[in-house]
Design a protein around this ligand. Structure first.
Ligand code: HEC
Ligand code: HEC
Length: 288
């Protein structure tokens, strides 16, 4: 049977003729032609990460987060997040892994000495720098397998303990409150002054890209025109996927219109700026 899509011989001949003709056309100078400046098409949006149970966007709240933290987390992590809560010294990892699960099928129980499990210290930058808010949330949701960090979401990951279930909003609130332990109020306030002086001209005092030069950036960058993506600090779904060392490198390296600040700021100033930038995506107590 002949495929209806096969081009006819006549069509092929016509195409060949057209090609031969264009070969003879004089070259057209297009260097002065007017091109309509259009922004590139929007990237397909994924399901937002920072949502309630019905996938409606929420804004995490560190003020409410303090309550959630004090009631659910301080017992292990300590009221100031140093990892020294009243239960910290006695914690052991759950005795559930692939081996115990397999042996359990045959009703064999291993008798192993319990391994101590130390709660995270939220002041430790070595630890926190490589962990994005989204990963913190994942940890609080599913727990951390083979450690005493329990799941506060509806289901524990394999090998993790389960604690009482908190809502998505409560877990996000506790998360952003936890992020505030890294910087003292004085450091945060110094970071705000530096940001307003160096960065707000483009990024805006509110981190929304609406600084005096924000419009200029917006015509060049589609993400700025839509107030989301790189350089827009009020976009929770973007910011929660960036860890502090990525943001630090972005500030050190620069990119496109974003200047490089390598060698111009101290480590303390960089840390402060990164923590301050995060505060744009969640509610928090007023900065002094
Ligand atoms: C029963 C004790 C316990 C409770 C309660 C607890 N944690 Fe943890 N948490 C741990 C331990 C232990 C670790 C360290 C896990 C490891 O070794 O990786 C940890 C680790 C974490 C981490 C990972 C930190 C990192 O930088 O990798 C986060 C985030 C966290 N906890 C948040 C919370 C929050 C928020 C709550 C309250 C809603 C909470 N935890 C309640 C014991 C606890
Ligand atoms: C001249 C305008 C301008 C100034 C001043 C400026 N930025 Fe930017 N910044 C940008 C632009 C544009 C982007 C987006 C770059 C890109 O990815 O194309 C950006 C991106 C960023 C990013 C996000 C990178 C990412 O990939 O997530 C961070 C963080 C950042 N800037 C921090 C700062 C800080 C902190 C300062 C002040 C010390 C500052 N910027 C000053 C224009 C500026």
């Amino acid at each position: 049977m002949r495929s209806p899509r096969a081009p006819s011989a006549a069509l092929l001949a016509a195409a060949a003729a057209a090609l031969a003709l264009t070969g003879c056309q004089p070259a057209v100078d297009v260097s002065n032609a007017k091109v309509a400046r259009r922004l590139p098409p929007a990237v397909e949006t994924e399901i937002p990460l920072v949502t309630d149970e019905d996938e409606r966007p929420i804004v995490p709240d560190a003020i409410k987060g303090k309550q959630v933290f004090d009631q659910n987390c301080a017992v292990c992590h300590g009221p100031t997040g140093e990892g020294n809560g009243p239960m910290a010294a006695t914690l052991v990892a759950p005795d559930k892994d692939v081996l115990t699960a397999l042996l359990g099928v045959f009703h064999i129980e291993l008798h192993r000495p319990p391994l101590p499990s130390k709660p995270a210290n939220f002041h430790s930058r070595d630890l926190e720098n490589v962990i994005s808010p989204a990963i913190l949330y994942e940890t609080v949701t599913g727990g951390r397998p083979h450690t005493a960090m329990p799941a506060f979401g509806p289901e524990a990951s394999f090998g993790a303990n389960k604690a009482q279930t908190l809502t998505n909003a409560e877990r996000w609130d506790a998360n952003v409150y936890e992020m505030m332990f890294r910087t003292t109020p004085a450091e945060l306030s110094a970071a705000r002054a530096l940001y307003n002086q160096q960065c707000a001209v483009c990024h805006g005092v509110g981190g929304d890209g609406k600084g005096p030069r924000g419009r200029e950036v917006a015509v060049r960058l589609w993400s700025w025109a839509r107030s989301e993506g790189p350089g827009i600090f009020t976009d929770p779904n973007y910011m929660v996927q960036r860890n502090p060392s990525e943001l630090t490198n972005a500030i050190l390296d620069g990119h496109g219109m974003m200047p490089s600040y390598r060698g111009k700021l101290s480590t303390e100033q960089m840390n402060g700026l990164v923590d301050y930038i995060y505060t744009f995506f969640y509610r928090h107590p007023p900065i002094q």
